[in-house]
Design a protein around this ligand. Structure first.
Ligand SMILES: Cc1ncc(COP(=O)(O)O)c(C=O)c1O
Length: 329
């Protein structure tokens, strides 16, 4: 069950859905995202992780044969109003400790009974989400697995627990359906690890070009706020990308950028349309040269860590100004 919510983590949901031709099901966050997939002709099972909000969405979900994740009593009330002629497939989300979405283990008897009382509702299985699976040192994952196992023991249906981190690090979380997200896009799902540790390759390459190269004197500062000063006379490149494109404004001095076959450090603040780079390590670089902000040479995870965020956010935050080019279709 592949997570292609949020426009496939910023990669383009239709392209991702097509590329993931072997996936048995597609998982999205909302009814709207699921309806877009169906509108585009997607025929595989589509799981709506956030479930339905009202009767209109429940009817739409039934008509479009979506699988709905039930996580709140308000959704059971909505199902009670659904016309008996409309059949709906549902998963039940169990709160095993993350305390975001899901029914408390103590509520599952009642939930199961209420669903069983509706012949038009088919219970597919039980789902939970891991809060700390990316942290190998954190025992909370084992606690969540125990809570989930005990809460669902003897109940009919499939089980789904693992996100990417669960898949690579917690085999006991694999169950019937895994739900990979970030690993599909080539980022490392575990803290302090890199994509190569899991044989993952980046799907997205973010590139721009050098739009200027200057020789700057020692002691001169670069960019807004004078946050970086040249320690010697040196070449400084200007790259045509900035926070207006989704490059993280909080990326600090030293954030890696790939220019002319080498990683060089970013210097000065990220502007809306530009960043500057220290070209001492790439003196042959010229205006028009391709620059990689993240991809095969600079892992998005590295940029994310420098900027105090995660690759998920970098991917999702690219703006409409970035042109997407798809290869190997
Ligand atoms: C319920 C659920 N399952 C699976 C995933 C996929 O997680 P990841 O991208 O960490 O693999 C997510 C993403 O946040 C999620 O919310």
């Amino acid at each position: 069950m592949v997570a292609i919510k949020a426009d496939a983590y910023g990669h383009g949901y239709l392209k991702a859905a097509n590329a993931l031709a072997d996936a048995d099901a597609l998982a999205v966050a909302s009814y709207e995202e699921a309806a877009q997939l169906r509108f585009a002709g997607e025929r595989r099972p589509v799981v709506v992780l956030g479930g339905i909000l009202d009767l209109q969405e429940a009817r739409g979900a039934a008509e479009q044969r979506l699988q709905i994740v039930m996580h709140d009593y308000s959704q059971l009330d909505v199902l009670a109003e659904l016309e008996p002629a409309l059949a709906l497939d549902v998963w039940v989300k169990v709160d095993s400790g993350m305390h975001r979405l899901g029914f408390a283990p103590a509520d599952l008897d009642e939930v199961e009974q209420r669903l069983a009382a509706r012949p038009n509702i088919r219970l597919l299985g039980w789902m939970t989400h891991l809060a700390c699976a990316d942290d190998l040192q954190n025992d909370f994952t084992r606690k969540q697995l125990t809570v989930f196992e005990q809460a669902t023991a003897g109940r009919p249906g499939d089980r789904s627990i693992a996100n990417s981190a669960g898949i690579v690090a917690w085999p006991e979380s694999h169950a019937d359906w895994v739900r990979p997200g970030i690993m599909l896009y080539g980022s490392a799902p575990i803290i302090d690890h890199w994509p190569a540790d899991f044989d993952l390759q980046p799907v997205m390459t973010l590139q721009s070009k050098l739009i200027a190269v200057h020789e700057i004197k020692a002691g001169e500062s670069i960019g807004y706020g004078q946050t970086w000063t040249c320690p010697e006379a040196m070449p400084v490149g200007v790259v045509g990308i900035g926070y207006g494109d989704g490059y993280p404004r909080h990326a600090p001095n030293g954030t890696p950028v790939w220019v002319g076959g080498t990683t060089v450090p970013m210097v000065g603040r990220v502007s809306m349309d530009m960043i500057c780079v220290d070209l001492r390590g790439s003196p042959q670089a010229r205006v028009g040269d391709t620059v990689e902000l993240w991809g095969a040479n600079v892992e998005a995870d590295r940029v994310a860590r420098a900027a105090g965020t995660i690759s998920y956010e970098l991917f999702c935050r690219l703006t409409g100004r970035v042109e997407f080019i798809y290869e190997s279709e």
